[in-house]
Design a protein around this ligand. Structure first.
Ligand code: ZN
Length: 265
C-alpha cells in the first residue's frame, strides 16, 4: 500500500519544493507521512465540498494546487472555510498536500500545460531562475512559445475563451498585428508583461491583471486576463497524469467540484 510519503516524493521529484516562491507554503499541509493511502483526489482548491467528495469516494488524500494554509493559525474555531476544512479533514483522516509555485516553475507544470492546450511550439521559460536546478533543467515562471501559424487577434481571443472555458475574458486595446509568439503565466502573473515584450511576444496571457496594466498602448503587445481559475484549471491534469502514470495501480481521481470562487453575471 502506498503512503503519503510516496506521493510527496513523486510530486517533489517532478517539482522540487526548493523551486517554490518565498511566500508560498507548498508541500504536505496536513497528515502524517507514514499514513497508508486508499487513493488521492486532485483539485485546484481545497473546499469542504472537495473533502466530502474524497470521503464519499473512499480516498484519504487530497492533492491541490493552491495550499489550504498560507499563514500561521493560532486557533481553530470555525472562523473561516480554512478552519472548517482542517477540522473536517482531521476528523475524517484525510491528508492534504499542495503543489503550488514549485509546479508553476517546472517546464511541464502549470504553464507548460497551458502552452500545450494552445498548441505552442519551441517553448521556453519566460523568467528563468538563475540558479542550478536539481536535475540541470531550466525552471522559472511563465512560458513563451510560437503558434504553428499566425492568427489574427480576434481569432486568438476567441480560441483562448474557448480553450479555457471562460465566461468572459478581459483584454487590452488590440494592436492590429497577427499573433505568432505567445507568452503566458497562469494565475496572477501580470507583472511579467515586460519580460513577455522583451521575449518578442505578440500577446501576454495571464489569469489576473489590474486596471492600469491594460494601458498597453505603444507597447505593441496584447494583454489578456482570462481568469485565475480558468488559466490554472488544467493543473489538475498535470497531477493526474503524473500520479497515474507512475503508480498505475493507485486510485487517483480528478475532483468534479467546481471550486472557482469568482461568479460572473
Ligand atoms: Zn493560482
Amino acid at each position: 500500500m502506498y503512503t503519503v510519503s510516496d506521493i510527496c516524493r513523486l510530486i517533489e521529484d517532478f517539482a522540487p519544493l526548493s523551486y517554490q516562491e518565498t511566500y508560498d507554503n507548498a508541500g504536505l499541509i496536513l497528515g502524517s507521512r507514514e499514513m497508508k493511502l486508499t487513493g488521492a483526489l486532485i483539485c485546484l482548491d481545497v473546499t469542504e465540498a472537495v473533502i466530502d467528495e474524497a470521503i464519499s469516494l473512499g480516498l484519504n488524500m487530497i492533492v491541490s494546487h493552491h495550499p489550504l494554509i498560507f499563514k500561521g493559525i493560532k486557533s481553530i474555531t470555525g472562523k473561516n472555510y480554512i478552519e472548517d476544512c482542517l477540522v473536517k479533514a482531521i476528523k475524517n483522516d484525510v491528508a492534504i498536500y499542495a503543489g503550488h509555485t514549485n509546479v508553476d516553475s517546472v517546464r511541464h507544470g502549470v504553464n507548460g500545460k497551458m502552452a500545450e492546450k494552445l498548441g505552442l511550439q519551441n517553448c521556453r521559460i519566460l523568467v528563468p531562475v538563475n540558479s542550478n536546478s536539481v536535475d540541470g533543467e531550466e525552471y522559472g515562471l511563465g512560458m513563451v512559445g510560437d503558434l504553428p501559424f499566425a492568427e489574427n487577434e480576434n481569432d486568438f481571443l476567441a480560441r483562448v475563451k474557448n480553450v479555457f472555458h471562460c465566461h468572459r475574458i478581459r483584454y487590452s486595446e488590440p494592436t492590429g498585428k497577427p499573433i505568432s509568439r505567445v507568452a503566458l503565466c497562469g494565475g496572477s502573473g501580470s507583472e511579467f508583461i515586460e519580460q513577455a515584450r522583451i521575449a518578442g511576444a505578440d500577446v501576454f496571457l495571464t489569469g489576473e491583471a489590474r486596471y492600469h496594466e491594460f494601458f498597453t498602448k505603444g507597447q505593441n503587445i496584447l494583454m489578456i486576463d482570462a481568469g485565475h481559475y480558468e488559466t490554472e484549471q488544467f493543473t489538475k491534469e498535470v497531477f493526474f497524469d503524473l500520479i497515474s502514470k507512475k503508480l498505475p495501480t493507485f486510485a487517483v481521481r480528478i475532483s468534479r467540484v467546481e471550486t472557482n470562487p469568482v461568479y460572473y453575471l
